[in-house]
Design a protein around this ligand. Structure first.
Ligand code: 5GP
Ligand code: MN
Length: 317
């Protein structure tokens, strides 16, 4: 496989970015590549742009160097988009559009390819795993390894979702050879929750409803509820997975209000429903078993529209 460096030979300035509301794979990939290129290309300007990552990612070396202010006139020679399509980049999209060379590295099945150079491998567990393959293993150090490991851990639910391949496990094995405390890393970045996060999860579970003969579970969190528990969107990660673990459920929908009659929808499936196909119909994307989109209207209308497509799939099954 080609090495990522080959595409960057003549670049004097490089920007790296991912998607808005960055998750573990997005943050781990951006930081892994950032640390790698800083080391590999001394003297080159390298900037990483992302919405402010959640505090749990504070354990990644140099994370404070991420730029969350997208107001810049800089025209970069190369822009590397990780784990995303342009319209999900938020404020970084303009920086991407201005860049001289656009590179797209992703594992979302819904990414149609974009920019001047595109690598999309949907069979990869995570963008972090794909990045590892594009790096020279001899140039990877402990800090880069930790960032990549976090990406893989988060997108595979700690190496347990079906996107985990033998290769994923081999790479994880190579990474933990660096000797970092992976157990603590998993606990702190993946399982641990603040008390408020735990409370709102409890509330969302309590108020969930079963639809489609118990094969679909739905829960909605309003802005008022989020204010009451003093949580932000980032505090809601993990709720949709919790809903999917109910026996008999093939598909879980979790929605939270992001604006007036606007909802961010997270979908999970056990494989019987292709939630990426559902998300794409509403302008979103993702993977067969995990996808999302933003919808407008009352939450009841959103649920009705989503369930119609899910029911169609369950009927055709
Ligand atoms: P989550 O529910 O955890 O936010 O996202 C699940 C999966 O769907 C992730 O792989 C995420 O990247 C993708 N995804 C979530 N929301 C969107 C969206 O609005 N657009 C696209 N293209 N992908 C999304
Ligand atoms: Mn990902």
């Amino acid at each position: 496989m080609m090495r990522i460096i080959d595409e960057l030979r003549d670049a004097g300035s490089i920007a790296i970015s991912g998607h808005n509301r960055p998750d573990g794979d997005c943050v781990g990939s951006v930081m892994g590549l950032y640390l790698y290129l800083k080391k590999e290309l001394p003297g080159v300007l390298i900037d990483a742009y992302l919405e402010r990552p959640a505090d749990i990612f504070g354990c990644i070396d140099h994370i404070e160097e991420i730029k969350s202010d997208f107001n810049t006139d800089q025209v970069y020679d190369a822009f590397i988009a990780l784990d995303t399509v342009p319209d999900r980049m938020g404020g970084a999209e303009e920086i991407y559009l201005r860049a001289r060379k656009k590179i797209n590295i992703d594992h979302h099945i819904s990414n149609p390819g974009h920019g001047d150079f595109s690598i999309v491998e949907p069979e990869r567990s995570s963008t972090a795993e794909l990045l590892y393959e594009l790096m020279n293993p001899e140039k990877i150090d402990g800090e880069i390894a930790r960032a990549i490991y976090i990406g893989i851990i988060h997108d595979t639910g700690v190496l347990r979702y079906s996107n985990t391949s033998p290769r994923t496990l081999q790479i994880a094995a190579e990474l933990i050879k660096f000797g970092f405390d992976f157990s603590q890393l998993i606990e702190e970045t993946f399982f641990e929750r603040t008390y408020r996060q735990t409370q709102i999860m409890g509330r969302a579970v309590l108020e969930s409803m079963l639809l489609l003969d118990g094969r679909c579970i739905v829960s909605v969190v309003s802005r008022r509820m989020m204010e009451f528990y003093r949580v932000t969107s980032q505090d809601l990660d993990g709720i949709v997975n919790q809903l999917l673990s109910v026996r008999g459920v093939d598909c879980a929908l979790f929605m939270h209000e992001t604006g007036t009659q606007e909802y961010k929808v997270s979908m999970r499936s056990n494989g019987r429903v292709d939630v990426a196909a559902v998300a794409v119909r509403f302008g979103g994307g993702g993977h067969v078993r995990a996808a999302g989109c933003t919808m407008n209207g009352t939450y009841r209308d959103c649920i009705t529209n989503l369930c119609e497509l899910i029911e169609e799939q369950l009927r055709d099954e």
